[in-house]
Every structure is written in C-alpha cells, then in structure tokens.
Design a protein around this ligand. Structure first.
Ligand code: GRF
Length: 224
C-alpha cells in the first residue's frame, strides 16, 4: 500500500493544552488521518508546549506582549510560522487570544475552534459560571469554523453534559472538558476525510458519518 497523505495540523494554544494532548493521542493511532506539524503558543510558559516537545513536534512560542506593530503584525508572524510548517488546518485549542480579521480571512475554511459552551449560548469567557447563573440544565461544548465575530461561525459538532446539583464552575468545566477531548479529534478526523461541508446558510453537514460517531460524541442523544 502507498503512503497515505495525512492532513497537517497547526495547533494553537495558550495554556495547559489538554485538548492538544487529546489530539496528539489521536494522531498516535496509525490509521488516524491527521498529524500535527506545529504547536504554537502566545504564552511563553504554556504547559502545552512541553506536551508538544515531548511528542517530538515542533513547538514554538512568540509572546504577544509588546509585540511591535500590534495585533495585525503579530498575527502575520503567526501566519508565516503556520505557512512554513505546511499546515492545512489551523486548530485553536484553548488559544485565549482574539485573532484579527485578516488572520481569519487568511485561514478561511481552514480554521476551527473549540468553545466550552453550547453555542450560540454563552460566548466569551467565564462561560461555566454564566451557564450555572442562567440555571441551564444542560451544558456542553462546540467545535466550529472561525469567522471574524467571536465564538460564532458554522457549528460542526457539539456534545452535551448535564448540569448536576452541587456543581460549581470547576466541576462543570471538568465534565465538559472530557467531552472536548472526544469531539475535537473526531471533528478533525471528519475534516481530514473530506466529509464536512458548509451550505450557504452556514449549516454544516457531515457526509456518511456512522451513527456511532454521533452516539459516541453525545451520549445524551439517541441518534435516529
Ligand atoms: C478549553 O475548555 C477550551 O474549550 C477553552 O479553553 C480550555 C483550554 O483547555 N477555549 P486546554 O488548554 O486544552 O486544557
């Protein structure tokens, strides 16, 4: 058999990188159709950089603080790094920095994000506490294509978790994070397999996704 070409990923982080780790672990399976070619952080001390290096992946950081030329110039430098890496898809995984419109345009349809709420509810930061304060009974996470407006853009996948009596923001965040680690590698697989399309209204369809894919990412839902 010939060598299968894998989708090349640049994963952008700011912190501990548990989502990055989930993607690294998925990529370690020989039949997984993607590989990480670059880990990038805007925080020099992001724990995720070590995860990348340990996995033998090129892992770079440039601090955004005091970067000459501001956000646009910074994002151009990041884009150059990504281009040099040969990445096909840019994966924001806890990248706690607003990206400029030109960055979004440069990586249009090749830029995805994970957000720890059921969008379009609870955009921005502090979402776990906001969900508790709103009294919702279900929470979850969303993987979506990135558009200039923050935490918007076509929704590719979501997973739902219950809000339980006695939850605080930390407990809820942990429950949601577990689902993030399942759906992000799953979505990357779908994209790598060329099964994800977006219609003119921004509605995403995943072609030929076995029901099991959905059942697995959302145990609260019986597909059918
Ligand atoms: C995740 O909850 C992600 O959804 C949010 O930031 C957190 C990052 O966690 N944007 P980690 O760095 O992947 O552990």
């Amino acid at each position: 058999m010939g060598k299968v070409t894998k989708l090349k990923l640049a994963v952008l982080i700011s912190g501990g990188g548990s989502n990055l780790q989930a993607i690294i672990d998925a990529c370690n399976a020989p039949d997984y159709p993607a590989e990480i070619v670059l880990v990038f952080s805007n925080q020099l001390d992001a724990g995720g950089l070590e995860r990348g290096r340990r996995a033998g992946i090129r892992s770079e950081a440039i601090s955004h603080k005091g970067y000459p030329g501001g956000r646009e110039a910074y994002d151009n430098a990041v884009s150059t790094l990504i281009e040099e890496s040969g990445a096909d898809l840019v994966v924001l995984a806890g990248y706690l920095r607003l990206v400029s419109e030109s960055f979004v345009t440069r990586w249009k349809d090749k830029l995805i994000n994970i957000h720890p709420s059921l969008l379009p509810s609870f955009k921005g930061l502090g979402v776990h506490q906001a969900a508790l304060d709103a009294g919702v009974k279900f929470a979850g996470c969303t993987v979506h294509y990135v558009v200039p407006e923050v935490d918007s853009g076509p929704i590719i996948a979501q997973a739902v978790v219950p809000v339980l009596p006695g939850d605080d923001a930390g407990k809820l965040a942990q429950r949601i994070l577990k689902q993030e680690h399942r759906i992000y590698p799953q979505v990357i697989r779908w994209i790598a397999e060329g099964r994800v399309s977006v219609d003119a209204k921004g509605i995403v369809t995943v072609a030929d996704a076995p029901k099991a894919d959905f059942a697995e990412i959302n145990p609260a839902l019986e597909p059918g």
